[in-house]
Design a protein around this ligand. Structure first.
Ligand code: GDP
Ligand code: IMO
Ligand code: MG
Length: 422
């Protein structure tokens, strides 16, 4: 019938994992369309916390099929570790998890190249998660990559060896970078067998057939719009298209099948890794947000940079994604503040700028803030949207006015149950 898309509007970690898990009962299929083990999607229910990297966040719900689309890059080792953590849940993986034959593989040498190039960048580091994402996508677009379907070819080992040799020639340019490839290769080849034991399919055919039969699909984004390789704060971005358009190329579904585009954002902003962040707070307030929001990376454990909500950035993300509804996350984290600030424009060279600029990294964009009263109420036990305090209602209405898109959900805690639909 149709595809709904759920994606992050900021710099990742908006709470996509939690919301996909909440929404899964409404869909037959949950499909990841880009990214890979750089993602860390957290779900909480029944007192347990789960972090997924490659596996879609619908995996804990009984009836949904989870598809890893062609746009994803897979590291067999990370994938195997994720599967192992699912073992206690007795999920019938051969029925509930399917992998596109066109998804690309992350080789051990991709991880090495990621690490070697980051190390060589010294103070210009992107802050990559070092999972081999950039080098794997480079080989994909450079037409050298290995795909899941290749695992079943008699020529696979030869193909692997050819690509590895190419990578070793690249690594020879980094004489200060030491590594032990053999140690990495052995588990990689072991875990490949596990990958091969799961259904590896022509996922574009599979998904389109389901659409024809009337099934509903939820496309799960990874990272966030400001990390998109085209529209993010380049070069401090990831190597895939994280925006709505990425759903079509990453799953093989037509643009006309997309119905809702759900844009998810935190009530403030965070970023992990380097790169521009106009509303970043390097002060006590930023520290308070990090502490209250437990803002530490789900994949790398790094502290996340924190700042006030940036409407210039958010409007830009809504525009490039064609967002039809908004979900606001982590409203509970702001309960400690007397006053909430919102960036409505930037001041650049004495001029007011309201369109997100091309070169936000090289110019000094000073945020122009407006202030709204805080709500100072613990929200974490609320059961329905009607119960939210007046000041939060005003905050939501103010944002809807500014962003011109309805906010349909407010999240007030990490658990499945702490979700207020409007
Ligand atoms: P994702 O990458 O977009 O799936 O987000 P992450 O899982 O990396 O980061 C979001 C973090 O916030 C996780 O630790 C979630 O458990 C947590 N979280 C999600 N929603 C809420 C919320 O409404 N309130 C609070 N306090 N935490 C939340
Ligand atoms: P989820 O799906 C937050 C950031 C990294 C780095 C840059 C490039 O959990 O929201 P990469 O490893 O892709 O080469 O890193 O992108 N980054 C993320 N930040 N959440 C993510 O995913 C991220 N995936 C990559 O920190 O700055
Ligand atoms: Mg994350």
């Amino acid at each position: 019938m149709n595809v709904d898309v759920l994606l992050g509007l900021q710099w990742g970690d908006e709470g996509k994992g939690k919301i996909v898990d909440v929404l899964t009962p409404n869909y037959s299929v949950i499909a990841r369309f880009q990214g890979g083990p750089n993602a860390g999607h957290t779900l909480e229910f029944e007192g347990n916390k789960h972090v997924l990297h490659t596996i879609p966040s619908g995996i804990f719900r009984k009836d949904a099929i989870n598809v890893i689309g062609n746009g994803v890059v897979i590291d067999p080792i990370v994938f195997a570790t994720e599967l192992q953590k699912l073992e206690p849940y007795n999920i019938n993986l051969s029925e509930r998890l399917k992998i596109s034959k066109k998804a690309h593989l992350i080789l051990p040498t991709h991880r090495l190249i990621d690490a070697a190039t980051e190390q060589a960048k010294e103070d210009k580091k992107i802050g990559s998660t070092l999972k081999g994402i950039g080098p794997a996508y480079m080989d994909k677009t450079g037409r050298n990559g290995l795909r899941i379907g290749d695992l079943f070819l008699p020529t696979f080992v030869q193909k692997y060896s050819d690509l590895k040799d190419k990578h070793l020639r690249i690594l020879a340019h980094f004489p200060d970078f030491n590594f032990n490839l053999q140690e990495m290769e052995q588990p990689w080849f072991e875990k490949i067998e596990l990958l091969k034991s799961l259904p590896c399919i022509d996922s574009e055919h599979y998904l389109n057939k389901l659409l024809k039969q009337g099934s509903k699909i939820l496309a799960e984004g990874a990272q966030g719009t400001m990390l998109d390789v085209d529209f993010g704060t380049y070069p401090f971005v990831t190597s895939s298209n994280t925006v709505t358009a990425g759903t079509c190329t990453g799953l093989g579904i037509p643009p006309t099948s997309i119905k809702k585009v759900i844009g998810i954002f935190k009530a403030y902003c965070t970023r992990v890794g380097s790169g521009p962040f106009p509303t970043e707070l390097n002060d006590e307030t930023g520290e308070r947000m990090r502490k209250e929001g437990k803002e530490f990376g789900a994949t790398t454990g790094r502290p996340r940079r924190c700042g006030w909500l940036d409407l210039v950035q958010l409007k830009y993300a809504i525009m490039v994604n064609g967002v039809t509804e908004l979900y606001m996350m982590k409203a509970d984290v702001l309960s400690v503040f007397d006053e909430i600030q919102l960036c409505e424009a930037y001041e650049v060279n004495g001029k007011r700028v309201s369109d997100f600029p091309y070169d936000v990294h090289s110019l000094k964009a000073n945020p122009i803030y407006t202030k709204l009263p805080g709500w100072k109420v613990d929200l974490t036990g609320l059961q329905s949207y009607e119960q939210i305090p007046e000041a939060l209602k005003n905050y939501v209405e103010y944002l809807e006015q500014q962003l011109e898109v309805p906010i349909r959900l407010v999240s007030v805690g990490p658990d499945r149950a702490q979700t207020l639909f409007k």
